[in-house]
Design a protein around this ligand. Structure first.
Ligand code: ZN
Length: 509
């Protein structure tokens, strides 16, 4: 189905934003070139290169292209108007390492086995599983990965297949200073290339620049949350240090979270405002980058994918950050710009999963996989048809451990609008047709029983498969890794203190 807000209208309506001067080049979107792009539907230019961008912790509804009303993402909305928008894309887990590894392997976390650092059973990827960058490198691509570190570290297996790999924890603007010269060199080389860009730019603690706070944070807040690094430092310096045993960024992070009252609607709304301001800042940085790429002609023969590993919660289900699997956490953006902006404005309604990304991208790049186990399926046929070409809806299996030392204890099975939610054995059924936020459990025992049975049988099948792909290697935390995780602000926090403060007891990423 082609969206009513196809390219020509995207600038005026679909984006819903106020494009900044940093915006994605409005080069073609409204004029003759967009008409040309629409006419190219069904005959996309050959995809030669791939740019995969993951904005860690980006909620789908933060984007105007997905119905967001805050006008925080004019550039991403403009991009969406020139891309194919998957309206129903889902992660398998709300954590950085396992979610990204599902994109890279086409295997759900239960099979690839990679978990966040410092969690029970965390392991690096088995050498027997080949990742997207490895496959593309073998096919002759020039490859580079630029990640924000933390749980997208090379030590988990994310560096495999990348000839250039940078997992320094740094802001998006600093990272882009490294990405752009690499892209320039790759373009000049004549080789096909793959670039992976991951950023924690919108991840907590939400400390956006002041001008974005002015634009997106409602005035009159009188709670205790401090919204700038300087304010937190000032509080600490004046003796009001709520995390005296911590240091560096970790001290900042927990002085931030210890001031949050999760029972306060005002605090939840304020946090969401601050997050939205950070999203708008990210949108401006990324928009300027995309504008330069498009102006340089990079998009003419490149697939550009923008997605996220999971969303974020602001009290919708009684928590903050990302430690559950309800819709605000599991639904992810998935924008795919085809070479020459072919298929621009198309919106695909049928559900897809992170595990479907690898087979789809390989098909688009005309690269053969190595023949090993993949559980995702390509959606490339859907692009020609403008909708799913399958009779069965793709179900999405989710899983999560709600504490770093706990076994897996949250499981979900999504089938179309239905979600079976199993939290430590407590089963609930949600139906987003009547209940978009998944807050009112449905009393439908027959459906519930069917989905629960399906969940158990899929889990059992995956457990068998996980033994066939080989297990990974346990992660030993080196002093260097520990120092870096501490610098990123999410290690060695006293869990009881966190529970007392009402914050998450997971590591946050
Ligand atoms: Zn993440």
């Amino acid at each position: 189905m082609v969206c009513a807000c196809a390219v020509g209208l995207a600038l005026a309506g679909c984006g819903g934003g106020e494009p900044t001067t940093d915006g994605v080049a409005p080069v073609d979107a409204g004029g003759a070139a967009s008409k040309e792009a629409n006419e190219r539907v069904g005959a996309a230019p050959v995809a030669r290169n791939l740019l995969l961008i993951s904005i860690d912790t980006l909620r789908t509804d933060a984007l105007g292209a997905y119905g967001g009303t805050r006008k925080a993402t004019p550039n991403l909305d403009l991009f969406a108007g020139q891309a194919v928008v998957f309206e129903s894309a889902w992660t398998h887990t709300p954590k950085t390492a396992p979610a990204h590894m599902s994109m890279f392997t086409s295997l759900p976390p239960r099979v690839h086995g990679v978990g966040n650092l410092n969690t029970l059973g965390a392991q690096r990827l088995s050498a027997s599983i080949h990742t997207l960058p490895e496959i593309l490198e073998d096919a002759g691509f020039r490859t580079a990965g630029f990640t924000g570190g933390g749980n997208a570290k090379g030590s988990l297996g994310f560096d495999r297949g990348f000839q250039t790999f940078d997992d320094m924890g740094e802001s998006l603007d600093h990272k882009l200073v490294k990405v752009e010269p690499w892209l320039k060199q790759a373009e000049a080389s004549g080789q096909p290339w793959f670039c992976f860009l991951h950023t924690y730019q919108v991840h907590d603690p939400y400390l956006p620049p002041g001008d974005y706070i002015e634009r997106f944070v409602k005035p009159g807040y009188d709670g205790k949350i401090l919204s700038s690094r300087a304010a937190i430092r000032s509080a600490i310096d004046s003796g009001d240090d709520l995390a005296p045993d911590l240091k560096g960024n970790e001290k900042i992070t927990w002085n931030y979270w210890f001031r949050v009252d999760e029972s306060s609607e005002q605090d939840m709304a304020h946090l969401h405002d601050l997050y939205t301001a950070g999203v708008a800042h990210m949108d401006a940085l990324l928009g300027a980058f995309l504008k330069r790429l498009i102006a340089a002609g990079v998009a003419d023969d490149t697939i550009i994918v923008i997605t996220s590993d999971h969303g974020e919660e602001f009290g919708e289900h009684g928590q903050v950050r990302h430690d559950q699997l309800y819709v605000e956490l599991a639904h992810v953006p998935m924008l795919v710009m085809f070479p020459g902006r072919a298929h621009a404005g198309m919106r695909i309604e049928a559900p897809i999963r992170h595990i479907d990304l690898l087979p789809s991208l390989l098909e688009l790049l005309a690269v053969e996989d190595s023949g090993e186990l993949r559980l995702g399926r390509s959606w490339v046929d859907w692009i020609e048809a403008g909708a799913s070409t399958e009779t069965e809806i793709r179900s999405v299996l989710g899983e999560h451990r709600s504490g770093r030392d706990r076994p897996l204890d949250i499981f979900t099975l999504r089938e179309g609008p239905l979600t079976l939610y199993d939290q430590r054995g407590e089963i609930a059924l949600y139906d987003r047709r009547q209940d978009p936020g998944e807050v009112v459990p449905q009393k439908r025992p027959v459906v519930t029983e069917r989905l629960e049975s399906l969940l158990r049988s899929q889990q059992a099948q995956l457990d068998v498969l996980s033994t066939s792909v080989g297990s990974g290697t346990a992660i030993e935390m080196s002093d260097e890794m520990r120092r870096e995780l501490e610098a990123l602000g999410y290690l060695s926090v006293d869990e009881d203190a966190l529970r007392g403060a009402g914050a998450s007891d997971e590591d946050g990423r």
